[in-house]
Design a protein around this ligand. Structure first.
Ligand code: CP
Length: 362
């Protein structure tokens, strides 16, 4: 999804929906801005007033530990007011559409939505529908994108291995269902990595994966040669619609990262994982907790990187003229379509006055 919706007329970040379509200068600006926030966690007062008076709503329609919490911490450190919508107890459970939920929250003078949704394109859809002064940040949509995860991973890599042009990065595991992998590949290629290699069984790779700008290996021991950065991925069973592997133990034998296999990569290689990790499935505990692992560093860096993205987007949105809502018919096809969204369209032709099973007054 190439997407200028996320940039204003001057090329400044207004929404953060996908890495696709963003150039190296902008990605570097995000990393540099995050650098300026990174030391704040050690300060006694961990706050700056950049977003004072702004209201941010975390809208997580899917579960999350790292992303939701670090977005909340980031917003708090920027002095914004943060609302964490509890989707399970919200009117979504009564059948309210995504768009109606957004319209109602907009009416409460919200300035930013941070959105995680199981459907690819959900954050993009919301960005198309919201008023121009509102920013939308994608916190993971279906199999499509997880751009803030990619940026915090780029930040972590740059801290330890500053020259992307020398880096060979391996992304290992369930590439097929991974929004993280798609965003990582785009970010690494945009920042000029020497090679992005995906290592997986054929069943866990998308068709024509080479067209994403990667080299491909189906063998972990061969694929790890000369690698500087090892990125492990979880098997995303919640998105698997058929059996794609014989068993978890078989998978671990072929694609699980052990201390022995890690030795095939460069001696100073770092090991990354976006989390949540499944020990003994894609990664051995000795590697996850070992000296080459930067998994918890990734989590910590999520705060500074998300602060940077929120501050940059909000600054752009604040300078946008209020009241000029995006033009807007509902998108009807492709990745922008939100199945199950009942908002679209005209009223049904027939009237339904009886509600089966409803014996009482409305
Ligand atoms: N990496 C990541 O998205 O983790 P959570 O699902 O815990 O947010």
């Amino acid at each position: 999804m190439t997407d200028n919706l996320q940039l204003n007329a001057e090329g400044k970040l207004k929404h953060f929906l996908t890495i696709e379509g963003l150039d190296k200068t902008l990605l570097t600006e995000i990393l540099d801005t995050a650098e300026s926030f990174a030391g704040m966690s050690e300060h006694q007062v961990k706050k700056v007033p950049l977003l004072r008076g702004k209201t941010i709503v975390n809208l997580f329609f899917e579960n999350s530990t790292r992303t939701r919490t670090t977005f909340e911490l980031a917003a708090t450190r920027l002095s914004a007011d943060v609302i964490n919508m509890n989707i399970a107890t919200s009117a979504t459970s009564k059948g309210e559409s995504l768009l109606d939920t957004i319209r109602n929250l907009e009416s409460m003078f919200v300035d930013m939505f941070v959105v995680r949704h199981a459907l690819s394109g959900a954050a993009h859809f919301i960005a198309q529908q919201t008023a121009p002064h509102i920013s939308v940040i994608n916190a993971g949509d279906g199999q499509h994108a997880h751009p803030t995860q990619a940026m915090l991973d780029m930040f972590t890599i740059r801290q330890l291995k500053p020259d992307f042009s020398n880096l060979r990065v391996a992304i290992i595991g369930d590439i097929l269902h991974s929004r993280v992998a798609r965003s990582e590949i785009q970010a690494l290629n945009t920042l000029g990595a020497a090679e992005v290699r995906v290592i997986a069984s054929k069943t866990l790779l998308p068709a024509h994966v080479e067209s994403l700008g990667v080299t491909v290996s189906h063998n972990l021991t061969e694929g790890l040669k000369d690698i500087d950065v090892v990125m492990m991925l979880r098997l995303q069973k919640e998105r698997m619609t058929s059996a794609l592997l014989p068993s978890e133990s078989e998978y671990f034998k072929c694609f699980g990262l052990t201390e022995e296999k890690l030795k095939i990569a460069k001696p100073d290689a770092i090991v990354m994982h976006p989390g949540p990790i499944n020990r003994g499935v894609e990664i051995d505990s000795k590697v996850a907790d070992g000296p080459q692992s930067v998994i918890l560093k990734q989590v910590s860096n999520g705060i500074a990187v998300r602060m940077a993205i929120m501050a940059m987007a909000m600054q752009t949105a604040t300078h946008t003229v209020h009241g000029d809502r995006h033009a807007g018919s509902l998108p009807t096809s492709g990745i922008h379509t939100i199945p199950g969204d009942r908002h679209a369209g005209s009223l049904p032709a027939c009237d339904i006055h009886t509600i089966p099973g409803d014996k009482g007054a409305v």
